[in-house]
Design a protein around this ligand. Structure first.
Ligand SMILES: [Mn+2]
Length: 542
């Protein structure tokens, strides 16, 4: 049989392309990436057979076919094009002049180059303004010439074979309303031109080493100097915009909270003597992997609640002890939740545990009651510290004048961290931009006193802010010994009684507050049980 003519083959091929394209459109709605990826590979060898083997022409047809199919669902921008256009307009107004260079993240190798941490995590500020979740992209905004460019290299056939096809950089640019695109090598020219003309290049403080090297190559600034060389105008503009959550961002935060609810209530169901901490932590991490993207920070699940970031261990849960669970989800669009609950392993709190728990509970509720626009979160924190001191005095663990004790920082024996932090696309939102700018301002600066120094958020609340409310009481044996040996705050602390609490552990209760017009509300349609009776009832009924 004679081989098919080239003309005929191309016609057939295009028919197949259109046929596959049709399936792509219908399947896209079903969000079934597997099918689409599979579809490309079923189609490709078939098309190859028709066109003939190993010609450059047939390769072009393959790529053309892949592009038409666009089996690209992971990289879809989360919001509409207008959102990103509007945000960049606002950013340009705030930064005023110069060239903004926003670096997206690259893949980050775990134990070998091809074994990257998964899922890929885009830089949040890049995502906020350029919306694209692919690695190896840089956003450039030339403010003075009002020119926006998405910089990045298209992936080649080698990558397509392993990863499936993705949209071209120019397609990605147009999806978020960016008029221009350019390959990565163009970034050197963009930076050199700006430098030659003495124009300001704005970049954010980098937190990944590969980006630090990229900035070093482009701008000649050593990584040690990059934090200082970062643009204050850009940092302040990004903080101003990202601090106030848009309604569509709150919807995303609610979705993350719904996954967080599943994580916490699953932990409550699984807790029983003999189960390891790691087992439960693994189960709850799996929930966010199934419904969302990943954990919003490494899960803290430990009977040593007094260790602030206590990693889950192979220790078995023991009846009579408390276990502290601080975890959150990052939903598929990288918005976070962050909650903490402290449960009795046996399903019932002891009276001694309840005495401490009820103080933390009262502090948690107090912060919720007084948080509203206009109040400094520093003042909310200090108000919580005074309430905690009052109640610890009732138990005999503290003594003396409450105001003096708090001024001296005596309460930090129990609460060595801050009441909360901003939350959004990052669990500690915008942490890479520095807490001095995110949580503080010219009116209020971070404290240097132990305890209060760890407060990440002190400035006045505004409608649309999202902050965590997370008081805790901890008994840290080493801290008790250290302070006792020095006689630190001995007028306010009952060290003899503290000795008897060295085996207690720690309690924290944490929820996420959205600041509303005249107060605040919890994020999350369903609040994870936290009143002791509710926690016990939930644990015993599931
Ligand atoms: Mn938190």
């Amino acid at each position: 049989m004679p081989p098919p003519s080239n003309t005929k083959a191309v016609d057939l091929s295009i028919l197949f392309v259109l046929f596959n394209g049709f399936f792509f459109i219908t399947e896209r709605e079903r969000n079934d990436r597997q099918f689409i990826a599979g579809n490309s590979f079923v189609f490709l060898p078939f098309s190859r057979q028709i066109i003939g083997k190993d010609t450059a022409f047939s390769m072009k047809i393959y790529i053309f076919a892949i592009k038409l199919q666009k089996p690209n669902l992971v990289f879809k921008p989360m919001f509409n094009k207008e959102t990103y256009v509007r945000r960049r307009q606002e950013l340009k107004k705030l930064v005023k002049s110069g060239v903004i260079v926003l670096f997206g993240n690259n893949e980050s190798p775990s134990n070998c180059p091809a074994n990257a941490y998964s899922p890929f995590r885009q830089d949040s500020s890049f995502l906020y303004y350029f919306g694209q979740n692919r690695n190896g992209l840089v956003g450039v905004i030339d403010i003075d010439n009002d020119k926006e460019t998405l910089v990045g290299d298209d992936i080649d056939i080698e990558d397509i074979v392993w990863l499936g096809a993705v949209d071209s950089v120019s397609e990605m640019a147009s999806q978020v309303g960016v008029a221009h695109s350019a390959p990565m090598k163009a970034l050197t020219d963009i930076c050199n031109d700006a430098k030659r003309l003495g124009r300001k290049l704005h970049f954010l403080p980098p937190y990944r080493f590969d980006i630090q090297i990229q900035i070093f190559d482009l701008l000649g600034i050593h990584p040690h100097q990059q934090k200082e060389a970062a643009s204050m105008e850009l940092i302040m503009a990004v903080v101003k915009m990202r601090s106030v959550k848009e309604p569509q961002e709150i919807v995303e935060l609610e979705k993350a909270a719904a996954i967080g609810y599943k994580m916490h209530t699953t932990a409550m169901k699984l807790i029983k003597p003999g189960v390891t901490e790691k087992y439960i932590a693994g189960q709850i991490d799996g929930i966010t992997h199934s419904y969302g993207s990943m954990v919003s920070f490494p899960t803290i699940f430990s009977q040593h609640g007094e260790i602030m970031h206590g990693a889950p261990s192979m220790a078995e849960l023991e009846a009579g002890r408390l276990v502290l669970c601080d975890c959150g989800a990052e939903n598929i669009n990288t918005y976070c939740s962050d909650n903490t609950r402290t449960m009795p392993v046996s399903g019932k709190y002891t009276q001694r545990q309840l005495d401490i728990y009820s103080i933390v509970e009262a502090c948690h509720d107090h912060a919720y009651e007084i948080s509203k626009p206009g109040i400094k979160y520093y003042d909310v924190h200090m108000s919580v510290c005074r309430l905690m001191t009052e109640k610890l005095k009732e138990l005999g663990l503290m003594k003396g004048n409450t105001d003096e004790a708090v001024r001296a920082g005596a309460h930090a024996m129990f609460l060595p961290h801050g009441l909360g932090h901003m939350m959004g696309m990052d669990a500690h939102d915008m942490e890479s931009l520095d807490q001095r700018y995110v949580g503080f301002d010219e009116e209020i600066q971070p404290s240097t006193q132990f305890g209060t120094a760890s407060l990440r958020m002190g400035r006045r609340l505004q409608e649309g802010f999202v902050v965590t409310d997370e008081p805790g009481i901890y008994f840290i044996p080493d801290l008790i010994d250290e302070w006792r040996a020095k006689g630190h705050c001995k007028d306010f602390l009952n060290y003899d009684l503290l000795e008897t609490y060295k085996d207690f552990g720690g309690i924290r209760i944490e929820d996420d507050l959205l600041i509303t017009k005249d107060g605040c509300r919890y994020i999350g349609e369903q609040l994870i049980p936290y009143h002791p009776a509710d926690v016990e009832a939930f644990m015993n009924n599931h």
